[in-house]
Design a binder for this molecule. Structure first.
Ligand code: FPP
Length: 260
């Protein structure tokens, strides 16, 4: 079955109403519990999770987001039973094979973050194909975190910087926050404004740890397969009601008013 990503034209210029985040990260949690509560195998939860992911991409386009980053497979997920790991690899292949052309038609630009070298060659090939085909697109940036781990990403960035210092290409004093960020998988991508996690867990679980320094968090009690456009809109509305201070103060603080 072909995927069903909308191919309606992307809205002009900056269509985001005030308070709509540019970049949303999503921790798609609870597929297993969704399945278990229905007496279904875990893979069924992941399959329904893929449907929810398709809906989230469509909604992100319609809501006018610039970036949607989805946590699809963490480095720690290798410790799951072999069969489940194979199922998740199969779903990634299915997503790219079935949906890539719809994503391309919808002007979506795909980027994959995470370690590639321990993935199967056919999966690596599909990831390159998805990025190459959509490279020039100008609509939603869909970032798929697959075999991703934030600590590993940060350690790898530190390693390349240490190698450059050792080789005399840069000086230790060149390394500041902006320089460091350019060595992360997300180089050039703005930090997520909002991170949504489903399933009621309130953890970051090694997702975008550097990038989430000032993100707002919305934790939803529903499991990921039940995440729909209405839940997404509600999370964005919650974000819109938050006052972000980035470590500073707001006008209300300065006027001595109570914080809301
Ligand atoms: C967490 O639920 C979810 C995952 C580890 C995988 C997320 C995958 C999808 C949403 C399907 C789309 C997949 C790809 C690869 C594009 P869990 O299994 O940890 O649920 P549990 O905590 O209830 O056991």
């Amino acid at each position: 079955m072909r995927g069903m990503i909308s191919n309606k034209p992307i809205l002009a210029a900056d269509p985001r109403p005030r308070g709509v985040p540019a970049h949303v990260g999503v921790i798609m949690d609870g597929n297993g519990r969704w399945a278990a509560s229905r007496g279904l195998p875990r893979i069924e939860g992941h399959r329904r999770g893929l449907e929810a992911l398709r809906g989230a991409v469509r909604a992100a386009i319609d809501f006018g987001l610039d970036y949607l980053t989805v946590y699809s497979f963490s480095m720690e997920n290798w410790s799951r039973p072999l069969e489940e790991v194979a199922d998740l690899m199969g779903l990634l292949k299915r997503f790219i094979r079935n949906d890539l052309h719809d994503l391309h038609d919808a002007n979506v630009k795909v980027k994959v973050i995470g370690r590639r070298d321990d993935l199967q060659p056919d999966i690596r090939g599909l990831l390159v194909e998805a990025e190459e085909l959509t490279r020039a697109n100008t609509g939603l940036n869909l970032i798929v975190a697959f075999n991703y781990g934030a600590r590993q990403e940060i350690a790898a960035a530190a390693r390349t910087l240490a190698e450059d210092v050792a080789a005399g290409r840069i000086k230790p004093s060149d390394i500041d926050e902006a320089f460091f960020a350019q060595r992360l998988d997300t180089a050039g991508v703005p930090d997520p404004d909002l991170i949504i996690r489903t399933s009621g867990e309130k953890r970051l679980s090694n997702f975008l740890m550097w990038q989430a320094a000032y993100s707002e968090f919305v934790f939803l009690p529903m499991h990921w397969p039940d995440f729909d456009r209405k839940a997404f809109a509600a999370a964005l509305a919650e974000f819109g009601s938050r006052e972000r201070r980035f470590g500073g103060v707001t006008a209300a603080d300065e006027n001595g008013k109570a914080r809301t």
